[in-house]
Design a protein around this ligand. Structure first.
Ligand SMILES: O=C(CO)[C@H](O)[C@H](O)COP(=O)(O)O
Ligand SMILES: [Fe+2]
Length: 223
């Protein structure tokens, strides 16, 4: 089984002291820092852009996992690469140019990933597996932190892991994003997810050390 990693999402951090917030989860063993970029168009919320990615980049050695929830991602991918993203995911629902954008990201030596909202079928990624490093399955509808985990996404995650095994592409990471907490982590990791985004269940708690430990303890494999 692949090593399970934790990616705290700064969406639920205190933006008035973002640097301290990032250093806090860095100190307590975050594997990635998840950065949610929303444009008020692809999703009904506006968050942050590449200026913030550029500003936080020097504050930590933890790699930055940038989740683009934006229309026309091909227009903005270059500025997130230049800002220092280590991995970029964009939504297959947001562009007809999925493979072209994956190549754009990989040619800059950045990890390339596609994201699927809960209703998007796995068939949308079946024929581009050689081009992806990671697939992000949304386990809530994108746009907001603190939403309730959609239980049917356990079955979807298991189906994706089976597909990857069948296609000899089991090296691809499956990231799950939305409502990941000690109560949901067991089933989703058992189904085959190995990269856990957690916003409110880490930054929503005062003691981030305890919050991350609670996720690790609830995980069915050692992390
Ligand atoms: O992409 C996202 C929302 O669209 C966030 O990464 C996600 O919601 C994390 O927040 P939480 O863990 O609180 O659900
Ligand atoms: Fe996200």
């Amino acid at each position: 089984m692949k090593r399970v990693q934790i990616a705290p999402s700064i969406l639920s951090a205190d933006f008035s002291k973002l640097g301290e917030e990032i250093k806090d989860v860095d100190f307590h063993g975050a594997d990635w820092i998840h950065v949610d970029v929303m444009d008020g168009h692809f999703v009904p919320n506006i968050t942050i852009g590449s200026l913030v990615v550029r500003a936080i980049r020097p504050l930590t050695k933890v790699p930055l996992d940038v989740h683009l929830m934006i229309a026309d991602p091909e227009k903005y991918v270059p500025e997130f690469i230049a800002a220092g993203a280590d991995m970029i995911s964009f939504h297959v629902e947001a562009t007809p140019h999925v493979q072209r954008i994956l190549h754009m990201i990989k040619s800059a030596n950045v990890r390339a990933a596609v994201a699927l909202t809960p209703a998007t079928p796995l068939s949308t990624v079946e024929h581009i597996l050689p081009d992806v490093d990671m697939i992000l399955l949304m386990t809530v509808n994108p746009g907001f932190g603190g939403q309730v985990f959609i239980p049917q996404m356990v079955e979807k995650t298991a189906a994706l892991r089976e597909l990857l095994i069948r296609k000899h592409a089991d090296h691809i990471d499956i990231e799950v994003d939305g409502g990941i907490a000690p109560e949901t982590v067991g089933a989703i990791v058992h189904a085959g997810a190995n990269l856990l985004v957690a916003g409110s269940s880490i930054f929503g708690k005062r003691d981030r050390k305890a919050a991350m430990e609670a996720l690790r303890v609830a995980c069915p494999v050692e992390i």
